[in-house]
Each structure stands twice: as C-alpha cells, then as structure tokens.
Design a protein around this ligand. Structure first.
Ligand code: PEP
Length: 258
C-alpha cells in the first residue's frame, strides 16, 4: 500500500438529522486539526445522506483541512423522467469527490445487479467523480468457501467496459456482508486475501499501472481498536466505515491508524 494514499471514508447511511450532520463535520474538522497527529498521511472523506450535501459543501469549502465528501448512491441516468433519482451531474455540482456504488444494502434491498452498479460507476466517472465500488460476499458464500470467486465475479461485472486509466483511478471496497454492522470484523488475513485477489484480477484484466494505482478498501465493523491490523496488510489501502464514522472521536481514531 506504500505508494497509495490511504482513504478513510465514513458512510453515514440513513442516520443523523441535519443539525447533527453539521455538528459531526465540525467535530471531525476539529479532531483532524489536532497537531499531535499527522493526519496529512491519510485522505478523509464523509459520505452523508443527499440532504446534507449542500451544508457539508459549505462547511468543507471553508476548511483548509480538505475533508472530502461524496454521496451514497447515484442514478445511472443522466437526467429526465426518473422521479426520486439524483444524477451524477447534480452531485458533481455539489462538489462531491466520491460516489458509493453497489453498497451491499443497495444490492440487497434495491436489487442492484452488477450491471446497474456498472452503469452507476460509469455515470459517476462521466461527471468526474470517483466511484467507490462495493463488492463482497454474504455469510453462506463465505461458509461455502466461495468468497474469492464470488467477489471476483462482482468485480468483473461492476467494472465492465471501463478503461485501464478509469480502473486505476477507482476505489474498490471489499465489504463482506457478514461483517457489516455486525461487530464481526474480518481478520486482517481475511481482508488481505480478498483485497489481494481483487488487485490480482485488476492486474490481469487492466495491467500493472491500474493494479498498482487502484485503491482497495476493507469495510465491515472497522473501529479505532481494530483498524491497525487491517491497515498493516499490503493490499488494504483504507477503510469504508459505517457505524464508527458517526462519532468524530472514533472516526478520528480510525484516521490515525498508523
Ligand atoms: C458499511 O456499511 O459500509 C460498513 C462497513 O458498516 P459498518 O462499519 O457499520 O460495519
């Protein structure tokens, strides 16, 4: 992971009211301004609900710490008669750097297929934002020992048709579904096994440059207390954090994993 800048991204999911969201960004900025720690080594991003993005933009614009931010989803369509959808252009206009696509909760509760995830990734890239493409197996697949081929198929489908340069600029998040929100974090070796397999597949399909550049995150019950072991692994370039990102001190602890 040496040449890749680690990314810690906090996925707030459908939590916090607007005032709480504003307070959390401010507290996080305060935490990251603590000179006793070298937060400059890590890129920090928050992924709030759509309705907070305008306020987050205002807060972060005036913030020399350059917290980045992104959205939890995006429409695959450019615009038009798609009631309830939010386009990539709209998110880009709000200053989003990132868009999470294919989170397991979207795959599970909104029946998102790799094809849909792929279309959303392309929409984000088309608006010059970085997709955070989520993949990962459920418990049954893990118990059957099929987690690597299962996840590789998701990677192949979700990245289909992207150029080598586009893949090199991506963030891919390996999030085993059994570890999300359960408190059951994957072991560092489990995380490394699949993250290394993802990088290997990217190398095979898109070449060395893309494989060496693409950032691969682990996600699933990451906390300040368990992040160091996971981050010590060669192919883990950061974390996608759910529950523990809702508290500035805890997320700050994750951001100073080193
Ligand atoms: C997530 O939803 O992306 C996630 C990793 O959640 P948690 O950290 O709460 O397991």
């Amino acid at each position: 992971a040496a040449s890749r800048i680690p990314l810690m991204a906090g996925n707030w999911k459908m939590n916090l009211n607007h005032a709480e969201a504003v307070v959390l960004v401010q507290k996080l900025a305060w935490t990251l301004s603590d000179k006793r720690h070298d937060y400059g080594k890590v890129e920090v991003a928050v992924i709030p609900p759509f309705t907070d993005l305008r306020s987050v933009q205002t807060l972060v614009d005036g913030d020399r710490l350059s917290i980045r931010y992104g959205a939890q989803d995006v429409s695959p369509y450019a615009g038009g008669a798609y009631t309830g959808e939010i386009s990539a252009a709209m998110l880009a206009k709000l200053g989003c750097s990132y868009v999470v696509v294919g989170h397991s909760e979207r795959r599970q509760y909104h029946a998102e297929t790799d094809e849909v995830v792929n279309a959303k990734a392309k929409a984000a890239l088309g608006a010059k934002m970085t997709p955070i493409v989520c993949v990962g197996e459920g418990l049954e697949v893990r118990q059957a020992g099929e987690h690597v081929p299962y996840t590789m198929a998701q990677v192949e489908g979700s990245l289909a048709g992207l150029s080598k340069a586009q893949v090199g600029g991506l963030v891919i998040a390996y999030e085993p579904v059994w570890a999300i929100g359960t408190g059951e974090v994957a072991t560092p070796d489990d995380a490394q096994e699949v993250c290394a397999a993802i990088r290997g597949q990217v190398r095979e399909s898109y070449g060395d440059e893309a494989a060496d550049a693409v950032r691969i995150l682990y996600g699933g019950s990451v906390k300040a207390a368990n992040v160091a072991g996971i981050m010590a692994k060669a192919d883990v370039d950061g974390a996608l954090v759910g529950g523990a990102s809702l508290e500035a001190d805890e997320f700050g602890g994750i951001c100073r994993f080193y």
